[in-house]
Design a protein around this ligand. Structure first.
Ligand code: NAI
Length: 457
């Protein structure tokens, strides 16, 4: 069989960009992305895409209408498919057994049932969502339950893209990982998917393995990445107490090729929809297998991240004479990282909520994320205003907090900002992106992460 029709269920941050790139790179394959959410599909079909991602628009424009389609007709498209990707959300469960830690697989299960009900031939089903190890076993049971006429071969193909750089990550991935059963049918299905990626990814970067190693690798990749952030953040507070500079420490250790230089930037903490939920999931799985020490070990990564966010607010309040009540605090950046409008698990949510508990007046600015900020901060309108213009957000403020590393915040006219603020003027750089000495020279009292403060007080 050669794959002619691919359907992807889930038109989100992963399904949308990933499948758009598959369509762009494989003009001989029809790619259809389906979703229950009509508004999302309408946006994918418009000039105003539902997610902000550098380079995405050009990819969609090239392929849409040629071999890329967005649709809400899930059933009809599954009936035409040779291969179905499942890229739906797998959030942390908020109810019942495993609430707060386990993955909620309700959406995945529903997809399996829809695929079984609508398939018109044997199908390859690809897990693109991040899933607990051994989920393929469950999918297999659901897909083959009852009087199912067709054979469904399940592959695991986790996605390693990072939001903000999704298109370059997809065009030039470090690796593509494909897991499947190690028998004839499994290996044949793996080869079909290898052939799709081989249209643009060099062969040596396409790794194939068994299903369980593939499923687990995604959770482990996110756990290791987040663990590095928490490790350097744990060092950042020690630096603040000892006149060491965390940037210098990162540089020094990062040049050790055994350690490597990436993901060693201290900050107000990591966010995003994945790190926390995937580690919680790993912790839950370890506990399920009775691996208590292992679960406790990985849980510390999350606890350290929570601590770093609270520590940021504690420091701010402590520095500002132990009260921020009725003081205006400008928050520059609400997205969980630069170059995305995504705010899921953004440290800014936590920081703003804590500032509101202290009765500060918080003015939030962000070039892409104010739409989501409105929802995330619903109920806090008494304390929060949203302001597109960063200069207006800072006007009359007692303090500025930089919470997202947007390039534009590096180049603001900080003299103008300083002049418009209440004095003493404080700046808390949660991303260490501005020139602290220059800002101090302008008159700011500057508090970076992981290095000494520069204060006139
Ligand atoms: P998302 O929430 O942006 O998109 C999921 C989409 O699936 C939504 O549009 C929703 O309406 C749709 N959906 C849910 N159930 C459905 C059903 N039964 N039928 C049709 N559509 C349905 O989620 P996102 O961020 O794209 O994540 C998807 C998966 O990819 C998750 O497992 C996530 O952990 C994983 N992942 C996410 C990354 C990221 O950077 N966001 C990176 C790598 C993996």
């Amino acid at each position: 069989m050669s794959i002619k029709n691919i359907v992807c269920i889930g038109a989100g941050y992963v399904g949308g960009p990933t499948m758009s790139v598959v369509a762009q790179k494989c003009p001989h394959i029809n790619v259809t992305i389906v979703d229950l959410n009509q508004a999302r599909i309408d946006a994918w079909n418009s000039d105003s895409l539902p997610i902000y991602e550098p380079g995405l628009e050009a990819v969609v424009q090239e392929a849409r209408g040629r071999n890329l389609t967005f649709s809400t007709d899930i059933e009809g498209n599954i009936a035409k498919a040779d291969m179905v990707f499942v890229s739906v959300n797998t959030p942390t469960k908020t109810f019942g057994k495993g609430a707060g830690v386990a993955a909620n697989l309700e959406f995945i299960e529903k997809c399996a049932r829809t695929i079984r009900a609508n398939a018109s031939k044997d199908l390859i089903v690809v897990e693109k969502s991040t899933l607990p190890v051994r989920t393929a076993e469950t999918l297999e049971k659901i897909l083959h339950a009852g009087d199912s006429k067709y054979h469904f071969e399940i592959l695991s193909n986790p996605e390693f893209l990072a939001e903000g750089t999704a298109i370059t990550d997809l065009h030039d991935p470090d690796r593509v990982l494909i897991g499947g059963r190690q028998n004839d049918l499994g290996k044949a299905a793996i080869q079909e998917l290898v052939d799709v990626y081989a249209n643009w990814v060099p062969n040596e970067r396409i790794l194939t393995t068994n299903t369980w190693s593939s499923e687990l690798s995604k959770l482990v990749a996110n756990a290791f990445l987040a663990q590095r952030v928490s490790s350097i953040n744990a060092i950042s507070s020690l630096c603040e107490s000892t006149e060491a500079d965390v940037g210098e420490v990162s540089r020094a250790i990062g040049m050790d090729s055994r350690i490597g230089s990436k993901f060693l930037k201290a900050s107000v903490g990591f966010g995003g929809s994945c790190f926390k939920k995937d580690i919680l999931n790993l912790v839950y799985i370890c506990r399920t297998y009775g691996l208590t020490a292992e679960a406790d070990y990985w849980e510390q990564v999350i606890l350290m991240n929570d601590h770093q966010q609270s520590r940021f607010v504690d420091k701010l309040v402590g520095t500002m004479f132990n009260t921020v009540s009725d003081k205006k605090i400008a928050v520059l950046g609400f997205a969980f990282k630069a170059d995305t409008g995504d705010t899921r698990e953004s440290p800014a949510i936590h920081v703003v909520q804590e500032l509101c508990e202290e009765h500060a007046r918080v003015s939030v600015s962000d070039p892409q994320a104010l739409g989501y900020a409105k929802t995330d901060l619903a109920g806090l309108e008494e304390f929060v205003t949203l302001e597109e213009d960063p200069y207006k957000a800072c006007e009359g403020a007692d303090a500025v907090c930089i919470l997202t590393e947007w390039e534009l915040y590096k180049d603001l006219d900080y003299k103008r900002i300083f002049d418009s603020m209440n004095k003493p003027a404080f700046l808390f750089d949660g991303r260490n992106i501005v020139n602290h000495q220059e800002l101090y020279d302008l008159g700011f009292n500057v508090y970076p992460i992981g290095k000494g403060e520069l204060s006139h007080l």
